[in-house]
Design a protein around this ligand. Sequence first.
Ligand code: ATP
Length: 421
Amino acid sequence: MIIGIDDTDSKEGMCTTYLAAVLIGKLKPYGRLDGYPLLIRLNPNIKYKTRGNAAIAIPFELKNRDEAEEVKKITIETIENMAVFSEENTNPGVVFIEEKRNDMKSDLAHFSLCAVQDVLEIGDALEILRRHGISYKSFKNGRGLIGALAAAGFALCGLSDSTYELIAYRERKRWGELREIDEDSVWEAAGIPGTWDTVDYKNESIVFAPHTPDPILFGIRGESESAVQRAFSMIKSEPVERHVVYKTNQNTDMHLVHANISEVRDDRSYVLSGTVKTFPKTIEGGHVFFELTDGATLDCAAFEPTKGFRGIVRQLRPGDEITVYGSVKDNTLNLEKLKIASLTMQELKNPLCCGKRMKSKGRGQGYRCEKCGAARKEQETVAIQRNISPGFYEVPPCARRHLSKPLIRFRQPQAASSCVH
Ligand code: ATP
């Protein structure tokens, strides 16, 4: 059986992963996990999300098939007892794939990838659930069925690329209190090879623990279970109530679709190649914007939380050939990564005369020297010195989105797949 669960939490507390961790404990007498539980991050631009648009799938091998109904009952009761129904935006959904049938696979693989890359309706999930006779239970408006089915779909069809996260949960009596974690032990654990985003070295901060009142104490991300377990064993902290190692699509870039600028739609995420069209400009609040063109034009932004990454973006010049990675909202791509293919080494400037640049006489009317009155029609090409080099640049860990693939993972082969036809 595969159990998919989503949308049980609120900003004030709870977390779908904690509900799953408790459920895994409750189901122990009925069988065992059939592989890792999955922590799936869905489209990061969905307006209904509470935080990171996470959904969970639990692949479970029943000791006794006759106990399937009991397992479903326990799952539904756990959701009824733990989900935050009072929150308007909490609309839990749970699905149970009881038979792993091959004829479901293409529908589910497509649906799951779309849930990460596109915007779906509750009806899209219901149609697949009914077509394949998958049992489910929804609460309130049932929007959680989208994430629940998507996570279950990945458990059925597999992940083309995956990482691991070990999540440690707090004792209930400490929820909402300051987290007690020994900082030195965290900096030491952060050095374990094959783990990342435990700390942010450049910004000198610990980034693996949330600051919200939810049950998560911290999460360690990495390439393998052994790497995250090793780092976990080094952390000194308040008591850990329980911990779970999830297999995830985090840090895989699964949300990104390769496209041209003319194909871009809001609320989706892309990889786009083009030429820098305008000088970057910094607006109030420290956000940096520039235009990218491949014929069509799109605004790209490095927002203030991306810290030092903005320093790279500010160095871009019209004519630079680049590839941008990020999500589009309000017709603006929010940069997660940037690859500079080539830098322009020349720029057009007003002609030089009497030691100063000439002044423009107005659009299309040429240039005049303010000192001697000499006139010229055209700007001149001058060599410029660049302080950046071609290469790959990324936002720091403190600003990394869950799905964003860190550059240290780019040694692995990339699987490019898209749900957009
Ligand atoms: P947390 O990270 O704390 O678990 P969350 O950020 O995962 O919370 P949810 O409470 O799960 O947010 O809310 C997200 C809602 O959006 C769910 O109901 C989910 O089914 C739905 N959803 C997820 N992906 C899509 C999508 N691609 N299209 C439409 N709805 C989606």
